[in-house]
Ligand binder design. Structure first.
Ligand code: BMA
Length: 328
């Protein structure tokens, strides 16, 4: 397989730190972690599993803020450098034609994605249980909510950043109303972002591994010349509960339900105190990635222990070799 290249616009202002001396890992943590603490917004219990994109001269994003009432909300955040964030104190109010659909019960685990002329948000929305909400914004001020993509129960809905074979495309993870001790990643397509179908199975958990209980798509897939690079979380059930790690897969460009490569080892797993200790211990949960094709730099945003927001880095060429040499 030829060496792949990243496809997409340059991002020379991507947040970046070199690999620390002595570190052998293909993905390394920011030494500024956690970049967002649990109380960065008044009344917040925790700020985590949040998603960002380049916006104007800097960055914007949608943040999961769980309040001290333990309401799960989505808030807008803005940043000049992708590391220091100003998060708005009030939750996003989505405009929605159908009051039943737009009735706020909760919103969590957002993903954001530039697609054509606007930025889409997908998140875990409530409609008689968790399912996938979709909305768009042009300016991170007004947000317009569309129909939910799927029936409950579903989580981890992640849009592709362009049409594939003339259709919008999304990954998702059918679930149950609780903490879901199972879960495969599926692919679905749509002509209009309203009606979803042609569902295809992408991948399942792997017995006796870091991804043995359930898996779910993470950040918006990254286009490369050889396939879609997908970071995804995998869960192991230990004698002391779930452990959330993340790895990567390469999906076929035209038929993304075909998995070309998939990491046998994880790329990142809870090790640091802010990943091991928090409201839900032992969780790293990736939800966004920025990348700069000329340098191959990739910055991955992830939630730590369902409490704080963290950043990790990798270089595409090294990651590519790692995926090739360590594939299932
Ligand atoms: C999942 C989601 C995530 C969370 C993870 C670990 O089911 O609820 O928001 O990070 O569990 O608690």
């Amino acid at each position: 397989m030829p060496q792949a290249r990243l496809v997409g616009p340059d991002l020379s202002n991507i947040p970046w730190e070199e690999r620390p001396k002595g570190c052998q890992d293909v993905v390394w943590r920011s030494n500024r972690n956690p970049i967002i603490t649990r109380d960065a917004v008044p009344g917040a219990n925790s700020i985590f599993n949040s998603a960002v994109v380049p916006f104007q001269a800097g960055f914007a994003g949608v943040f999961r803020v769980d309040t001290t009432e333990r309401a799960m909300q989505l808030h807008v955040g803005r940043s000049k450098d992708g590391v220091h964030w100003q998060i708005e104190p009030h939750r996003i109010e989505f405009s929605c034609d159908d009051p039943e659909l737009g009735r706020f019960v909760y919103g969590y685990d957002p993903r954001v994605c530039w697609l054509e002329d606007r930025c889409y948000v997908t998140w875990c929305n409530w409609y008689h249980g968790p399912t996938i909400g979709i909305a768009y914004t042009h300016d991170f001020k007004a947000f317009y909510q569309l129909e939910n993509a799927f029936l409950p129960f579903n989580r981890n809905g992640v849009l592709f950043p362009r049409k594939i074979r003339g259709k919008y495309a999304m990954l998702s993870r059918p679930s149950d109303p609780g903490h879901t001790p199972f879960g495969d990643i599926f692919y679905s397509e749509s002509p209009d972002l309203i009606h979803w179908g042609k569902h295809r199975h992408v991948m399942s958990p792997v017995p006796n591994s870091w991804q043995s209980t359930k898996i779910g798509a993470g950040p918006t897939p990254i286009e490369t010349t050889e396939g879609w690079l997908l970071f995804y979380h995998g869960v192991l059930t230990s004698c002391n509960g779930f452990v959330y790690s993340f790895g990567a897969a390469l999906l076929d460009l035209e038929e993304p339900w075909k998995v070309i490569r998939r990491t046998r080892p994880y790329l990142l797993s809870p090790r640091e105190p802010y990943e091991r200790v928090g409201d839900v211990p032992n969780v790293v949960f990736p939800t966004a990635a920025l990348y700069d094709p000329p340098t191959g730099r990739i910055a991955i945003y992830y939630g730590g222990a369902d409490t704080v927001t963290c950043l990790a880095f990798t270089l595409f060429d090294e990651l590519w070799d790692f995926i090739k040499e360590n594939s299932l």
